[in-house]
Ligand binder design. Structure first.
Ligand code: ASP
Length: 439
C-alpha cells in the first residue's frame, strides 16, 4: 500500500495535534508520503502561521521593523518542537528568512515558509526524509505551474525514498523563485504527490468529518457523505459547498486514485470517499444539497416564441455580447427565462433589455431579483421515482414558493430556484424530507 497523506493546518496547529497526526501515520505502514500544511488556528481567535507570515512580510516591505513578528512565528514553532521533545533548532532557518525578507524575496516566498518549516519539524518528528517542495513542484519561467515536469521530477525523486515529508502549498520557478498555489493549496500538493507515486489512496486529514450533506450553518449537524463520485462533488462544489479545490481533484482523478477525507480528531471514523465510480449503495436518495444566493431571472415573453427560429440563440447572443454567462435557461411555449448572477447583470441590465427589445420585439420582459438556486445532487436519483415530487411537497409544506425547477441533463441533480429569503428554509425542508424523515 502506498498512501499520500496530507494534513491540514488545524491538524498540525500545536504539539498535541502533531502527536495525533504522528499516531495516525504510525498506525499504517502505507502512510509513507506526508504533505503538511503550515500550523493553523489553535482556537477560534488564533491566527494561522501563513497569515502571520503575510503580515510580517508586509511590514518588511514597508521598511518597518518586522523582527518582533518574526519572533512570534518562531515561538509558535518553538512550542511545537519543545512539546514534541525534538532535538532540532530552527534558529538558522529564521536567520535566513530574516535576511531574505530584507532582500525583498517576495510575498510568496514569505507565505511558503509556513509549510517549509512545518515540513522540517514533521520530518524530524517522524524520522522521514525531508524533500523541499522547491525542488519537485515546478513552475515555469512565467510562473505558471508545470504539471508534466512536476509529475516527472516528483515521481523520480520519491521513487528513491522509502518515506518522505514534502511541504504543501509551494514550488519554485527554474531560477529558484518561490511560487505558491492559491490559499489552501496544500491540498493540491497532496494530490500531486499521490499522483506521482501512483498512490492507492490520497488521504486528506482535516478538522471536519468529511463532506457534509448540507451546509452546517444552515442544517444542524448534517450527516457525513460516506461516498461520493467526482461528478457529484463537482456539482456540489459549483453550487457553493465547501470541499476540495478543483485543482486538487484533477491530478488524482486522472489517475483513478480515490480521495479519502478524514478527521484527525476522530481517526476511527471512515470519513468520506471520493471516487470516479462507485457501486456502493447510498443510504439516502440524495448525496447532498448546496446552493447560492444572489441570482436574478430575466423572463422574456413572446407569443409563439417556440416556433420562432433563432429566438433562443439571439437571447444568448445578447448575453454573450454583454459578457454575461447564464446558469439556467428554462423555456415555455411563449417564454424563455435566464438565470444570471445578479451582481454581474445589474450594471448591464439597461443595455441587455434595450437589445432584447430591439432585436426580438417581445410582448414583455420581466426581471426578478434576489433569487437563490439550490442543487439537490445524487447519483441515485436517476433510478428513483418521485424525487422531484418530494421536493415539491417538502417546499410546499415549508411554505416556500418554488420559482423554478430544472432537472440537469446528467440526471445527477435537480436545480430549484427560490427567493433569497426562503433559501435556508428550503434547504432545511429538502434535507428533512430526504434525510430526517427519509420518505
Ligand atoms: N497554509 C496555506 C493557507 O493557509 C496553504 C494551506 O494551508 O493549504 O492557505
Amino acid at each position: 500500500m502506498r498512501k499520500a497523506v496530507k494534513f491540514g493546518g488545524s491538524s498540525l496547529a500545536d504539539a498535541g495535534q502533531f502527536r495525533k497526526a504522528g499516531e495516525i501515520i504510525r498506525a499504517d505502514k502505507g502512510r509513507r508520503y506526508i504533505v503538511p500544511s503550515a500550523p493553523g488556528k489553535r482556537f477560534a481567535e488564533d491566527i494561522k502561521v501563513t497569515d502571520m507570515l503575510y503580515a510580517c512580510y508586509a511590514l518588511a516591505e514597508e521598511g518597518k521593523d518586522f523582527r518582533e513578528n518574526l519572533k512570534r512565528i518562531a515561538r509558535r514553532y518553538g512550542a511545537i518542537i519543545d512539546g514534541l521533545e525534538l532535538e532540532i533548532s530552527l534558529d538558522k532557518e529564521f536567520e535566513i528568512i530574516e535576511e531574505r525578507f530584507l532582500e525583498s524575496a517576495g510575498i510568496e516566498y514569505a507565505a511558503s515558509r509556513g509549510e517549509y518549516l512545518n515540513g522540517i519539524v514533521m520530518a524530524a518528528y517522524l524520522d522521514y526524509e525531508f524533500v523541499d517542495a522547491a525542488e519537485v513542484i515546478i513552475f515555469d519561467e512565467q510562473g505558471t505551474f508545470d504539471a508534466d515536469a512536476t509529475d516527472r521530477i516528483l515521481s523520480a525523486r520519491l521513487q528513491g525514498c522509502e518515506n518522505a515529508v514534502i511541504p504543501g502549498f509551494y514550488g519554485a520557478m527554474p531560477d529558484g523563485t518561490i511560487k505558491t498555489f492559491p490559499r489552501d493549496g496544500s491540498d493540491i500538493t497532496g494530490a500531486l504527490v499521490a499522483a506521482a507515486i501512483g498512490a492507492d489512496v490520497y488521504e486528506n486529514w482535516k478538522d471536519v468529518d468529511g463532506v457534509l450533506m448540507a451546509n452546517p450553518q444552515i442544517v444542524d449537524n448534517p450527516k457525513v457523505v460516506r461516498s461520493i463520485t467526482y461528478k457529484e462533488l463537482r456539482e456540489l462544489a459549483y453550487m457553493g459547498a465547501n470541499v476540495l479545490h478543483e485543482d486538487s481533484i484533477f491530478p488524482v482523478r486522472r489517475k483513478g486514485i480515490p480521495i479519502n477525507i478524514r478527521n484527525t480528531n476522530k481517526p476511527e471514523d471512515e470519513g468520506t470517499w471520493i471516487m470516479e465510480k462507485t457501486i456502493q449503495p447510498t443510504k439516502y436518495v440524495i448525496t447532498g444539497i448546496a446552493g447560492k444566493k444572489g441570482f436574478c431571472s430575466i423572463n422574456i415573453e413572446k407569443e409563439r416564441r417556440s416556433s420562432q427560429i433563432g429566438f433562443g440563440s439571439t437571447v444568448l447572443q445578447i448575453f454573450e455580447e454583454n459578457g454575461l454567462s447564464f446558469e439556467h435557461v428554462p423555456t415555455g411555449i411563449d417564454t424563455m427565462t435566464a438565470y444570471i448572477h445578479q451582481e454581474e447583470f445589474m450594471p448591464r441590465a439597461d443595455n441587455v433589455v434595450k437589445e432584447l427589445r430591439k432585436r426580438l420585439q417581445p410582448d414583455g420582459i420581466e426581471i426578478e431579483s434576489d433569487l437563490a438556486l439550490i442543487a439537490v445532487v445524487g447519483r441515485n436519483m436517476k433510478s428513483t421515482r418521485g424525487t422531484a415530487g418530494k421536493i415539491f411537497s417538502a417546499l410546499s409544506h415549508a411554505n416556500v414558493n418554488l420559482k423554478m425547477i430544472d432537472q440537469g441533463s446528467s440526471q445527477l441533480n435537480i436545480i430549484i430556484g427560490v427567493s433569497n429569503q426562503d433559501f435556508e428554509k428550503a434547504i432545511q425542508a429538502i434535507y428533512n424530507i430526504f434525510v430526517v424523515v427519509r420518505l
